[in-house]
Ligand binder design. Structure first.
Ligand SMILES: [Cu+2]
Length: 146
């Protein structure tokens, strides 16, 4: 009898472990993983800051990010490039495409997010944004001011 209860207990533990894992997996599963998201500290008199991050596509499909939107501020994807006169120029990107299981790196002098405001608050610590994939899917992200 004692042996049987032991076995039963063992199986219940295994089953609950499986259940816990499945639950946490569905909760943590995000098609897009955001790493190291930060924005530069707004300088007095400047009405834009650049923000950087790494975006990872964790799905088996190519994902197209159509838009980035931020609370209280205007935001857009940009890319810096060197033009034929060796000048650094910025251009707006309409969308960002990330292939399955690959990443896109937003970094200084490359792709970046431009966040604009008439007037940034002095004590700004974070900027809350979200990425839109199509019209319905939105993924939140937070840029920490550094
Ligand atoms: Cu820019």
């Amino acid at each position: 009898m004692k042996f049987k209860t032991g076995i039963a207990h063992f199986f219940v533990s295994i089953i609950s472990l499986i259940l816990i894992n499945t639950c946490s997996e569905t909760q943590n599963y995000m098609p897009i993983k955001v790493e190291g998201a930060y924005a530069t500290k707004p300088l007095i008199g400047n009405n834009s800051v650049a923000a950087y991050m790494v975006l990872k596509n964790q799905t088996n499909q190519t994902l197209t990010i159509d838009k980035i939107s931020c609370d209280n501020f205007f935001a857009a994807f940009h890319e810096s490039k060197i033009d034929s006169n060796s000048k650094m120029v910025m251009k707006k990107l309409d969308k960002v495409v990330i292939k399955s299981h690959s990443e896109v790196n937003f970094q200084p002098s490359g792709k970046h997010i431009m966040i604009m405001s008439e007037d940034f608050p002095n004590n700004l610590e974070v900027i809350n944004c979200h990425l839109s994939v199509g019209k319905e899917k939105k993924y939140p992200l937070v840029f920490i001011i550094k």
